[in-house]
Design a protein around this ligand. Sequence first.
Ligand SMILES: [Zn+2]
Length: 93
Amino acid sequence: MSAGFTTRPCSSCRAPMIWAITESGKRNPFDAEPSPKGNSALALGADGIVRSRVVPKDQRAGMFSEPLYLSHFATCPEAERFRRTPARPETSA
Ligand SMILES: [Zn+2]
């Protein structure tokens, strides 16, 4: 069963994505559907924030019960556009 993560459409290709905070504290969109090629487990915290955790390859075999997700950057047909956009510091407070 899916944990029912909130999804948002990709601004480029409209595919549903799950925004998560990575282990390095960055926001990263993941495909809403788990993928056999996925490498990250997502967990919804009590604070309502989804966090992602990269599962090392040698640990994935024993994790069939946990769906793994793939970064949307890896699958978005418009990913080239993402990459060309210069990263903006999020300082709008
Ligand atoms: Zn996309």
